[in-house]
Design a protein around this ligand. Sequence first.
Ligand SMILES: C[S@@+](CC[C@H](N)C(=O)[O-])C[C@H]1O[C@@H](n2cnc3c(N)ncnc32)[C@H](O)[C@@H]1O
Length: 251
Amino acid sequence: MRIDVVTLFPVLFEPFRQYGVVGRALTAGAVDFCVWNPRDFCRDPYRTVDDRPYGGGPGMVLRPEPLKTVLQQVKKARADGARTLLLTPQGQVFDHAAAVGLSRGDGFILVAGRYEGIDERLIESEVDEEWSIGDYVLSGGELGAMVIVDAVVRQRTGVLGDARSAAQDSFATGVLDHEHYTRPECFDGRAVPEVLLSGDHERIRRWRLKRALGRTWLRRPDLLAGAGLDGEAETLLEEFKQEYLQNKGGQ
Ligand SMILES: C[S@@+](CC[C@H](N)C(=O)[O-])C[C@H]1O[C@@H](n2cnc3c(N)ncnc32)[C@H](O)[C@@H]1O
């Protein structure tokens, strides 16, 4: 997989590309990661990437010419017809399904905007998809690009040390993850649930499934409708609900 990012601030990606899961994936060669600065493709002596908006108003707009030139160079360097994705608060909201979808391809090109955004004509001519990371406005697309790259890279086969990690994460099975514990057995007067110390793998599996379903019901009930629960999951969720309501009644 190859991922290219077009940004006015390549330095922001330096620590990102060195550490953690993404850093290991890049070092291992599982993903080729290239960062491009449109400023390097400006033809004027001042390397101007932005200009005032037609029609007036606050802020600056990214000029189309440097972005077109840099995107042409990126596409030439890749030569694989990769899709160009723009980070914008006006795009489709990025989610787990989108991460999995992108992780199955050969890569993509991300464009991070700045200022008031990018000249619309560049978007019309060069951008294939528009993605948002949530309903709020950031100062630039770099954090969004990192969010997408991280979410996609960890879904690639072989990137995580144990493939089961991604498979049991929240959203992977349609519900949220269960809670996790490590040593010590008792912390601040709170004990680890007894079942997790039992060594009984079947009991642990059922407990974790029940907790995952219960947490989803409490925190994100909207997910349950599309989760396709089987008979065992339906039974465990019903048990969770009854226990929860009984405990609540007793409080
Ligand atoms: C200040 S924002 C521009 C916002 C634009 N004027 C609007 O209201 O739609 C500058 C850049 O940050 C990025 N950005 C801001 N919020 C984002 C979000 N929620 N998701 C993805 N990118 C975002 C985009 O690349 C955008 O071009």
